[in-house]
Design a protein around this ligand. Structure first.
Ligand code: CP
Length: 319
């Protein structure tokens, strides 16, 4: 693909709607095929190197990208971002130019969305958002794969997220869930609602896919007959100084036995982890019969393998 100036247009995954609904299905199909034949797909054979950088803590994301890149035949180069100190020691643009000359793709967990946008503008290779303050699109791909495995299809299912409606998981559920044709409900305190532009984008996508989007400060209404209940920590990375102030407003939005009782009888419970039992999720719920959180954690691996292979294919590397 080429842009208006004739230069090659590189596809990235910086937010959930960087892939359209049909492309999302293709990525999930590829992920499912790779899960079924775990070592049968090697688009990174060579090995090609993927640069993986973290400006914030991680367990699952570092593990799943490292394992996944290796299983795709590549070399995961996890760089110590404290040493690179991107944007301080060196500009994001110059860092991107260096990474793109040696790596087949760049995976980055960082703070502001504008930082990863800047990386993508200058890398010349696919850039993947491994979590920013605004979005966590790889996690939502894994979540969609998990729901699809357990329920067969996504379109028409109701997915309710309880908690901080302004955080990256809520915003990615809005865009990714709407793309999948789901009915996405965000149950959050009135002071913690999604960005208005993200909400507008999700509503536009839902109008085309047959999904819908609701934001409510009524947790009971949010959970009513939901097919999927999801939550996340009330204190996202970088908000630690606000922890004391952030507890009370969210208590009514805990994913507890009451929330589960309001949902469908076979509701699936998701949590991206790490979980704080007794806060955003009850122990009896996350460790109970509706919980699919360990499938969800494993599916980070398969979803990201599918995504990386798909991006490389879009950018000219045959899988
Ligand atoms: N869910 C998730 O992204 O986990 P980590 O923060 O441990 O990578």
């Amino acid at each position: 693909m080429t842009g208006a100036d004739g230069a090659a247009t590189v596809r990235h995954f910086l937010r959930d709607d960087d892939i359209d609904p049909a492309e999302q299905t293709s990525v999930l199909d590829l992920a499912a095929a790779m899960k079924a034949d775990r070592h049968g797909h090697r688009p990174l054979a060579g090995p090609q190197t993927v640069a993986v950088l973290f400006d914030k803590p991680t367990l699952r994301t570092q593990l799943s990208f490292s394992v996944g890149i290796a299983e795709l035949g590549g070399h995961p180069m996890v760089l110590d971002s404290r040493l690179a100190n991107i944007g301080v020691r060196e500009s994001i643009a110059d860092t991107a130019r260096v990474l793109g000359r040696q790596a087949a793709a760049v995976v980055w967990r960082t703070y502001g969305q504008e930082r990863i946008d800047e990386m993508a503008a200058h890398a010349g290779v696919p850039v993947v958002n491994a979590l920013t303050d605004s979005f966590h699109p790889c996690q939502v791909l894994a979540d969609l794969l998990t729901v699809r495995e357990h329920r067969g299809h996504l379109a028409g299912r109701t997915l309710t997220y309880l908690g901080d409606g302004a955080n990256n998981m809520a915003q990615s559920y809005l865009l990714g869930g709407a793309s999948a044709g789901m009915h996405v409900r965000i149950g959050s305190p009135a002071a913690y609602t999604p960005d208005v532009q993200v909400l507008a984008d999700a509503r536009r996508i839902a109008a085309a896919t047959g999904g819908s989007v609701v934001v409510t400060d009524d947790p009971a209404a949010a959970c009513e007959q939901a097919d999927v209940l999801a939550t996340d920590t009330w204190v996202s990375m970088g908000q630690e100084s606000e922890a004391a102030d952030r507890a009370a407003p969210f208590v009514a939005f805990a994913l507890d036995e009451t929330a589960v009782a309001r949902a469908t009888d076979d509701v699936l419970v998701l949590h991206c982890l790490p979980a704080y039992r007794g806060s955003e999720v009850a122990t009896a719920v996350i460790d109970g019969p509706h919980s699919v959180v360990w499938d969800e954690a494993e599916n980070r691996l398969h979803a990201q393998k599918g995504l990386l292979a798909w991006l490389l294919e879009q950018n000219g590397d045959p899988t």
